[in-house]
Write a protein that binds this ligand. Structure first.
Ligand SMILES: [Zn+2]
Length: 192
């Protein structure tokens, strides 16, 4: 019996059209709890624009084991496989036998965690929630950029504009205003 690896080890998989499968889960037929791909052991392989998956799932909640065999297309639709499991597995083994196992990928989990933890600074949705300086540094998106803003009694100075697409990272001493402008507390606090 060949040794199978957790399906999570094969993910994420990016289809040629750019869609990506990061996770895969299936409800346990015994207890209905979701069983994640880290508790499925088998093979996943991308062949052209389809991801083929054959595994034995181990439900961590109730211990039930059940087979998972499916094909995921590049629109992320999951189709069950009608072949007998042993045949599907055999065929998958044939097409993947000469391929090395992909290296252990942990980075995608990290980047997810980072993204969730990133906004540690202040996020202010509305301009009306801050006091703006009369000093204007310029304009961005047809809106004036104030030299500083005051929020909850603290004055933040303009630092940079936020890149489009939400790929910004806020430090603890920073404030994101209207999703566009990033202000920062001066590093030296002046007592006037
Ligand atoms: Zn279960």
């Amino acid at each position: 019996m060949a040794q199978y690896h957790p399906i999570s080890r094969y993910l994420p998989v990016t289809f040629p059209n750019g869609n990506r499968v990061r996770r895969f889960g299936k409800h346990c037929p015994a207890c209905r709890k979701m069983v994640g791909c880290e508790n499925m052991f088998g093979i996943a392989t991308l062949e052209q624009d389809k991801l083929f998956l054959a595994a034995q799932a181990h439900c961590p909640a109730c211990g039930h084991r059940f087979p998972v065999a499916c094909v995921i297309n590049d629109n992320k639709h999951v189709n069950r496989v009608a072949l007998p499991m042993w045949l599907f597995r055999f065929w998958l083994k044939m097409i993947t036998r000469n391929r090395p196992l992909p290296p252990q990928v942990e980075s995608w989990e990290l980047s997810d965690a980072e993204a969730a933890a990133a906004p540690s600074g202040a996020i202010v949705e509305k301009m009306s929630d801050v006091v703006c300086s009369e000093d204007v540094l310029g304009r961005f998106d047809n809106q004036p950029i104030c030299a500083w803003v005051e929020y909850q009694g603290r004055r933040f100075e303009f630092e940079r504009t936020a890149p489009p697409g939400g790929k910004w990272q806020l430090n603890a001493n920073e404030l994101l205003l209207e999703g566009r402008l990033i202000y920062r507390l001066p590093s030296v606090e002046t007592t006037a």
